[in-house]
Design a protein around this ligand. Structure first.
Ligand SMILES: NC(=O)c1ccc[n+]([C@@H]2O[C@H](COP(=O)([O-])OP(=O)(O)OC[C@H]3O[C@@H](n4cnc5c(N)ncnc54)[C@H](OP(=O)(O)O)[C@@H]3O)[C@@H](O)[C@H]2O)c1
Length: 271
């Protein structure tokens, strides 16, 4: 078969819609192959490419997206998720609550709309694995973009108790105050590295990506019957998940969050 007839080759023409993944650096990003596969499966003439933009250039770059008529939107990731909020023309209530957006849509008139799908992706990933959320108690370590989004999505999904822990305590105090304001019935507490007494234990930090990282919580206190979930995708089995498995906990991988987010992001980007 000639290369021009190969159905697996994505043909980029003058009509192809351009999508991006806005990050710095971009080498580690995981979403483009998945989004491009979804575009192909849905028969959409669109392609996602990496957009490596340094923080100092973000504002001028985003301004140029308003006039880029072949551009439909982007996934926004580290380190731009917070900064992108004030550069959008409109942001969803979820993105405003979390203080970060992870997707950006360009409307035909050039307006840029930001939204936050990290948390809902995580909660849908749990649901897909039949891990119940409503009525459960949750221990969440982390206070960055991912942890904030997960906390709000879990509150929205009906958890009853949430214990927050993080290296920088001021950040979880801020998060706890925001959650209490938005969900007055939710029992929110500031915790330590001790995850005992919860149904679901979640690592929402970056700890576990590198082999030399300390554990994000005291894994010797994990209990059988708990579900231990990760946001980290690589390695698939982090030292925390390994410890949880050895204790007899159920484990939940970081890739489930991404799998669900990809569909949500594809929908948001108009694929
Ligand atoms: N699976 C998915 O679909 C998905 C989606 C989004 C993100 N993620 C992953 O989620 C993780 C967090 O992302 P993010 O955007 O939330 O990052 P972030 O905003 O930079 O937050 C990082 C978090 O990790 C903590 N942390 C970092 N280094 C630490 C250390 N040495 N000791 C203790 N705590 C430390 C930070 O604590 P401080 O507040 O004290 O700095 C903070 O809570 C990343 O691994 C990312 O790849 C996965």
């Amino acid at each position: 078969m000639s290369i021009i007839e190969d159905p697996k080759i994505v043909e980029i023409t003058g009509r192809t819609r351009v999508l991006g993944i806005l990050a710095h650096p971009t080498e580690h990003v995981k979403a483009p192959p998945g989004i491009n596969r979804i575009a192909m499966m849905r028969g959409r003439d669109a392609v996602m490419v990496p957009l490596n933009v340094a923080p100092a250039d973000l504002e001028s770059f985003v301004a140029s997206l308003r006039v880029l008529k072949s551009f439909d939107g982007a996934i926004v990731t580290v380190p731009h998720k917070q900064a992108i909020i004030r550069l959008c023309d409109e942001v969803s209530p979820q993105a405003l609550a979390v203080g970060a957006a992870n997707v950006l849509r360009r409307k035909p008139d050039g307006r840029l709309i930001g939204d936050q799908l990290d948390g809902i992706g995580f909660v849908e990933g749990l649901g897909d694995q039949d891990i119940a959320v409503s009525g459960r108690s949750v221990y969440l370590v982390g206070a960055g973009g991912a942890a904030n989004a997960i906390a709000f999505a879990l509150a929205e999904a009906g958890i009853t108790r949430l214990t927050l822990a993080n290296r920088t305590v001021e950040k979880i105090e801020t998060l706890a105050a925001k959650l209490k304001g938005a969900y007055p019935a939710l029992d929110v507490a500031i915790g330590t590295a001790d995850p005992r007494g919860h149904d679901l234990v979640i690592n929402g930090t970056t700890l576990g990506m590198n082999a030399t990282d300390p554990l994000p919580l005291d894994a010797s206190l994990l209990e059988q019957g708990m579900t231990v979930a990760e946001v980290i995708m690589e390695p698939e089995i982090t030292p925390l998940l390994q410890a949880a498995r050895e204790t007899g906990c159920r484990i939940h991988l970081g890739r489930h969050m991404l799998d669900h987010q990809l569909q949500l992001m594809a929908n948001f980007l108009g694929l």
